[in-house]
Design a protein around this ligand. Structure first.
Ligand SMILES: CC(C)(COP(=O)(O)OP(=O)(O)OC[C@H]1O[C@@H](n2cnc3c(N)ncnc32)[C@H](O)[C@@H]1OP(=O)(O)O)[C@@H](O)C(=O)NCCC(=O)NCCS
Length: 156
């Protein structure tokens, strides 16, 4: 299987916060943002693996700032690590001002697993690391993966 670049599978989506996305205190409902994040992560994983995918876990879902009606949100997803059948995807969410300034409002890491036609985990292409920042992200992802495996073993 040929290794692929991180840039081959980057996904960017844009949403406008509408009334149907709000919670009872007039802010963006966290569950809606989680859906958008999950969709971006799965699209990145599909682009990398060219298979069907499923979300295995979500962690480091940090809500940094709120979003309000008519805010423009930009979500950017990129793969940070490729395992045997799983991929770690980082999704950054920004609120974008009219002048293009972006304010980070959320960062999440998701583990997405590639599935074959029988709905079983299947191998994914490796990652071609092209820069020191990609290498750093890869090393951090390896540590997060070890922690996830430990948590799984502990039944946590
Ligand atoms: C994710 C899933 C396919 C893993 O299946 P499994 O039989 O446990 O398969 P494996 O043990 O071979 O694990 C496959 C890969 O997933 C990873 N994995 C499994 N569970 C994980 C978890 N909870 N968190 C992170 N990674 C996980 C494994 O480390 C492995 O990665 P690797 O191949 O890169 O080393 C299975 O647990 C599943 O279908 N879960 C439900 C997913 C779902 O429905 N998501 C949508 C929610 S509505």
């Amino acid at each position: 299987m040929t290794n692929k670049k991180i840039s081959d599978s980057i996904v960017e989506t844009i949403h406008i916060v509408r009334p149907q996305h709000l919670n009872s205190v007039g802010r963006l409902f966290g569950g809606v943002l989680m859906q958008w994040i999950d969709e971006v992560a799965c699209l990145v994983a599909k682009r990398h693996s060219h298979t069907g995918v499923t979300t295995a876990s979500v962690d480091n879902l940090n809500f940094i700032m709120s979003a309000y009606p008519n805010d423009v949100l930009v979500l950017i997803g990129k793969i940070t690590f490729a395992g045997r059948t799983s991929m770690e995807i980082r999704v950054d969410t920004y609120r974008e001002d009219i002048d293009g300034t972006r304010h980070p409002i959320n960062r999440a890491y998701l583990t997405i697993v590639a599935l074959d036609k029988n709905d079983q985990p299947t191998e994914v292409p490796g990652l071609l690391i092209e820069s020191p920042s990609e290498q750093m992200e890869w090393e951090s992802a390896k540590k997060r993966r070890e922690m996830r495996i430990f948590r799984r073993q502990e039944g946590f």
